[in-house]
Design a protein around this ligand. Structure first.
Ligand code: HEM
Length: 492
């Protein structure tokens, strides 16, 4: 699974305006559910734009982020952008985001945004099933990703990382983006997909995942089952993956062999009525975890490295912390040592603030609701409206983050804790992992694998950024653009 494939497809939230278009029909259908006119406050203010095309020309010329930022400055924390007959209401900052993140599914829906994943994850999982079944499957994820289980993944992760970097020479130049993508796939195949895949089928499974993801194009948003060559390859890959994981599960059950990986956890999961998960469901859930976790972790690892390599003082502090916890103590990394790497943790968190993995999180209002803007006005948002929480603006709010454009990991340290956002912000001042019911379930796993990789690089290599500090890839993908060339020299 290479970086381009992942970039184009993995994290569907990033496909903001494409998905917006896909959801349009439903938006139009459900507008009838407006609250009574007499009681309702006015609608949110709207950005000016040309008739019909709305803000589209501005987005094309100045970029989506710039337009959202401008409109936030001009219209306040609740506003609507219209384009090509679609309306998206933006809710900026912790004060306006409570309903967006915390309302029940009956009020704020996530399904539309993620429906596009159905042909990839497969039938019977995720956004193909009713809410109760999906909740049960989320329970399986939560069980699989809880700290007691994560502890067991540290050793295999460290093993993969040491093995991988052991193959680097004494010095050289690499594209860090490509290297990290490959390493994370090795880790995933060990911790998630199982040692059968890691040891015997790594290449086949990697290329099947690549085909699966390559089946997500613009046309898939509108006609997901159109028999295009890419869709056919996607469907063949999905079928073969199901065959592989069903065979592995069958062999494990047949021999009574139990492994310490997520495949085993998902195989052993039981629905409330006692039913076991099927091979198709296990395959779909594994693919879903890969979708959620690979591209995101890779992006964050590379941005954190980029920030450290361009901030010598913070790099020095991060290296000193490694020394304190590991050097001269047989360099035994375990779960508890990883938890102690507070500065490295803050560097990763700060890199995610400046470079969130997605520009915005999307939902759709099933029912109309009223929202109060930070500036004081109250607005009514109609049922059916597409909603966006723009991380690219939330993360840079100057009343939440001092000097928001500065890379300052200690803004999260005790005493400052800017991510707590002051009184009333609840859990909504820092939403790089989402919040509420759909908050990321893999946060602990993500930090764990990113720390294992960066800890190794900090201890074992002197690194230097050779290419210019990159911009984000494009309007939809927040990955670093182009190659991230880094020269290395072994430090021992
Ligand atoms: C640094 C890496 C990661 C970042 C920044 C990240 C970010 C996010 C965000 C923003 C959401 C919320 C999406 C929404 O509300 O629409 C989310 C959801 C999710 N993430 Fe992550 N993620 C990361 C890594 C992972 C990993 C490694 C896994 C699993 C192995 C994972 C599993 C999930 C799952 C299962 C959900 C869906 C939760 C739900 O809908 O209830 N993530 N992630």
């Amino acid at each position: 699974m290479d970086g381009t494939g992942i970039t184009n497809a993995l994290f569907v939230v990033a496909l903001v305006f494409i998905v917006t278009v896909a959801a349009a029909a439903k938006v139009a259908r459900s507008r009838t559910d407006l609250p009574p006119k007499t009681a309702a406050p006015p609608p949110p203010p709207e950005a000016k734009g040309a008739p019909l095309v709305g803000v589209f020309p501005a987005v094309l010329s100045r970029g989506l982020q710039a337009v959202i930022r401008e409109q936030h400055r001009e219209l306040g924390s609740v506003f609507t952008l219209r384009s090509l007959g679609l309306a998206v209401t933006f809710l900026v900052g912790p004060e306006s985001s409570g309903h967006f993140f915390h309302a029940p599914e009956s009020e704020i829906a996530i399904d539309d945004v993620y429906k596009v994943t159905v042909p990839i994850f497969g039938r019977g999982v995720g956004y193909d099933v009713d809410l109760d079944t999906r909740n049960e499957q989320h329970r399986f994820f939560a069980k699989t990703l809880r700290p007691a289980k994560l502890r067991r993944h540290v050793h295999p992760m460290v093993h993969e990382v040491e093995d991988f970097f052991g193959k680097w020479g004494n010095s050289g130049v690499v594209d860090l983006k490509e290297e990290v993508d490959h390493l994370l796939m090795l880790i995933a195949s060990r911790c998630l997909l199982g040692k059968e895949v890691r040891e015997n089928m790594f290449d086949e499974v990697s290329s099947l995942l690549h085909e699966l993801i390559g089946g997500l194009h613009l046309v898939s948003m509108f006609f997901p089952y159109l028999p295009t060559p890419a869709h056919r390859r996607r469907d063949r890959a999905r079928a073969r993956l199901e065959e592989i994981f069903s065979e592995i599960a069958g062999a494990r059950r047949g021999s009574g062999r139990v492994e310490d990986d997520m495949l085993q956890e998902l195989m052993d999961s039981r629905y409330g009525d006692g039913r076991a998960t099927t091979g198709a469901e296990v395959t779909g859930m594994l693919v879903a975890l890969l979708f959620a976790g690979q591209h995101t972790s890779s992006t964050v690892t590379v941005w954190t490295a980029l920030r450290l390599l361009t901030h010598p003082t913070h790099l020095h502090t991060a290296m000193a912390e490694q020394e304190e916890w590991l050097v001269g103590k047989e360099e035994q990394i375990d779960y508890d040592v990883l938890q102690q790497m507070g500065f490295l943790h803050r560097c990763i968190k700060e890199a995610m603030r400046l470079h969130p993995v997605t520009q915005m999180i999307l939902r759709r209002a099933r029912r109309g609701f009223a929202v109060r803007a930070k500036e004081g006005g109250e607005y009514s948002v109609p049922a059916g409206r597409l909603l966006a929480s723009p991380l690219v603006v939330n993360n840079l709010l100057p009343y939440v983050y001092k000097d928001p454009h500065v890379f300052d990991p200690d803004r999260f340290a005790a005493g400052r804790a800017e991510d707590k956002g002051g009184a009333g912000a609840g859990d909504l001042a820092y939403v790089a992992f989402g919040a509420g019911k759909h908050a990321c379930m893999g946060e602990g796993y993500a930090y764990q694998q990113i720390k294992v990789i960066l800890s190794h690089l900090l201890r074992k290599f002197e690194l230097k950024l050779e290419s210019p500090f990159p911009e984000p890839e494009n309007m939809l993908s927040m990955r670093p653009r182009g190659e991230v060339m880094v020269s290395y020299r072994r430090s021992e």
